[in-house]
Design a protein around this ligand. Structure first.
Ligand code: HEM
Ligand code: HEM
Length: 145
């Protein structure tokens, strides 16, 4: 296995870490929002780990973008849907989702009312999840494989 293979497998497998954390964060914040429950240390940690997981996926993704043979720029790039997906659509969609998670997390830290903290995480992370899932689907990448 060369460096490309290792990083490609890392990025591919890390999708599960991202998706599981994101879904956990959304569920706990929806419950917290609806029940008006306190914002616990456990809530804070899951929300932070979710942020860290997507930033890590971003970093691995950038390295992959530089070294992957799936990312090439020539006269075929925009005509071939798979090449175009990895050259443009994949990273644009994922970066939008990661920015939303980063903004949601940052806003939630500044808010004092627990209910509003939960609500902020729930909304930003949920929209981000839909964009991640939509972006994977657009590239015909299975969520579970
Ligand atoms: C939440 C964020 C992200 C998720 C969940 C994600 C997930 C994935 C998945 C599941 C694959 C398919 C791997 C396979 O074929 O088995 C993939 C491929 C790829 N991703 Fe991402 N990705 C994310 C963000 C990014 C970002 C931000 C970039 C670039 C800046 C990026 C660059 C790539 C590239 C270049 C490939 C093609 C790899 C190859 O087959 O050579 N990804 N990604
Ligand atoms: C290309 C790579 C990365 C970029 C562009 C990036 C960008 C950012 C930005 C803009 C913030 C500020 C959020 C705020 O103002 O609240 C932030 C926060 C943070 N990032 Fe990243 N990041 C990257 C990689 C990473 C990696 C690899 C990790 C960890 C493994 C990480 C962990 C964190 C943590 C822990 C925070 C602070 C969360 C807090 O507010 O408590 N980031 N990052």
């Amino acid at each position: 296995m060369d460096a490309y293979n290792i990083i490609q497998h890392l990025h591919s497998g890390f999708r599960y870490v991202v998706l599981v954390l994101l879904i956990l964060a959304i569920i706990q914040s929806l419950i917290g929002w609806i029940n008006k429950s306190p914002y616990t240390e456990g809530n804070r940690k899951i929300n932070l780990f979710t942020l860290i997981s997507v930033h890590t996926q971003l970093l691995i993704g950038i390295v992959l973008y530089i070294i992957s043979p799936m990312v090439r720029f020539n006269s075929e790039t925009m005509k071939n849907s798979t090449l175009r997906y990895f050259a443009v659509e994949h990273w644009v969609g994922m970066v939008i989702a990661i920015v939303l998670i980063t903004i949601g997390h940052s806003k939630s830290k500044k808010i004092v009312l627990p209910e509003v903290k939960h609500k902020t995480i729930a909304l930003y992370y949920l929209i981000a999840l839909l964009i991640v899932v939509g972006t994977l689907a657009a590239g015909h990448i299975p969520i579970l494989k």
